[in-house]
Design a protein around this ligand. Structure first.
Ligand code: C2E
Ligand code: MG
Ligand code: MG
Length: 310
């Protein structure tokens, strides 16, 4: 009885607290499923079930892929490919993100070096860091080790932080960022505009690039507010000598707007989704496609597929 009551209490808490829930057998099934999910996640690293897909970062002035972002996926033996939003929060809650993050860093650096060796010598790789990783005392060692083991020059590694990392305990964050800069890697702010967007930290922290969050880009062509915010971020970045990149670019109209405000570095499904390395390789040298997608804005024609096929 106590066990069943406990399951009902957890369900009540999960659905927003301050309510009551009756126990049903379905609750047991759900609890069992989440226990199994977590156990599976614990085994994923030793069983080599994680895979990294890479999404191109393109520069529309040169029409080239200048870098890639490493995005983690879990190849679940039964459920298939699982996207990071489903399991990264659990990795963070359980602390497993430290070990998994270390693995991502090493794999991403190795893959980037492989691309350098095959003739794409200036490609950079961006790796996402979660709050826990950034706060971990082992981060500097993992970064140094990943670079050393892969042979990748530090300037080709870009670490993506979120704004919340910088606002919580700014002193410590500043110290960590300075140490990372000493190693020679570059630092970007991911999902910029969705957090506290403190303009003060931009002045003080050694940041190289702002990645404007995709939520501003989605309606940037139709929504004046989004357009104004995006243009303001771009102008601010320029005057602070920071790089600027727009995420979530899906249409040519967005490309032409972004180019008109001086934002030439773009990422999004218009160019390519995140792909396994083998599928990305042929794109790396294929400049024409990107030029076509980026350079000539064409009007949106209703009823047609406006995304470029890459
Ligand atoms: P993020 O770093 O902001 O990554 C961008 C997300 O937007 C990716 O989702 C990408 O697939 C998606 N995206 C790219 N282009 C478009 C587009 O044109 N339209 C739309 N609607 N979406 C687009 P994904 O791969 O599911 O990753 C989600 C988040 O998971 C990432 O957001 C990042 O915060 C986190 N993440 C992924 N890999 C790692 C990792 O290795 N470590 C950590 N700590 N976090 C990771
Ligand atoms: Mg990112
Ligand atoms: Mg982002």
């Amino acid at each position: 009885l106590l066990k069943d009551a406990d399951a009902a209490m957890h369900a009540a808490k999960d659905s927003g607290r301050n309510r009551y829930v009756f126990y049903t057998q379905e609750l047991d099934a759900r609890a069992q499923e989440s226990v199994e999910f977590e156990m599976g996640l614990r085994r994923a690293l030793p069983r080599e079930e994680y895979v990294i897909h890479y999404q191109p970062l393109v520069n529309t002035s040169s029409g080239t892929i200048t870098g890639v972002e490493a995005l983690l996926r879990w190849q679940h033996p039964e459920r298939g490919l699982i996207q990071p939003n489903r399991f990264i929060p659990l990795l963070e809650d359980t602390g497993m993100i430290i070990a998994v993050g270390e693995w991502v860093l090493l794999q991403a650096c190795r893959q980037c070096q492989r691309w350098h060796d095959s003739g794409h010598g200036t490609l950079r790789v961006a790796v996402n860091l979660s709050m826990k990783q950034f706060r971990s005392s082992s981060l500097l060692t993992s970064v140094r080790q990943a670079l050393e083991a892969s042979g990748l020059a530090p300037r080709y590694l870009e670490l993506e932080l979120t704004e919340s990392v910088l606002v919580d305990d700014a002193e410590q964050a500043l110290e960590m960022m300075r140490e990372l800069k000493k190693i020679g890697v570059s630092l970007s702010i991911d999902d910029f505009g969705t957090g506290y967007s403190s303009l003060n930290y931009l002045r003080h922290f050694p940041v190289d690039l702002l990645k404007i969050d995709g939520s501003f880009i989605r309606d940037v062509v139709r929504n004046r507010g989004d357009a104004a915010i995006t243009a303001a971020i771009a102008a601010m970045a320029r005057s602070l000598h920071l790089g600027i990149l727009a995420e979530g670019v899906e249409t040519r109209e967005q490309v032409s707007f972004l180019r008109s405000i001086g934002c030439h570095d773009l990422q999004g499904l218009l160019f390519s989704a995140a792909l396994p390395p083998a599928q990305l390789a042929p794109l790396l040298g294929n400049l024409n496609v990107l030029k076509l997608a980026g350079a000539r804005p064409s009007p949106i024609v209703p009823g047609t597929d406006n995304s470029a096929t890459v």
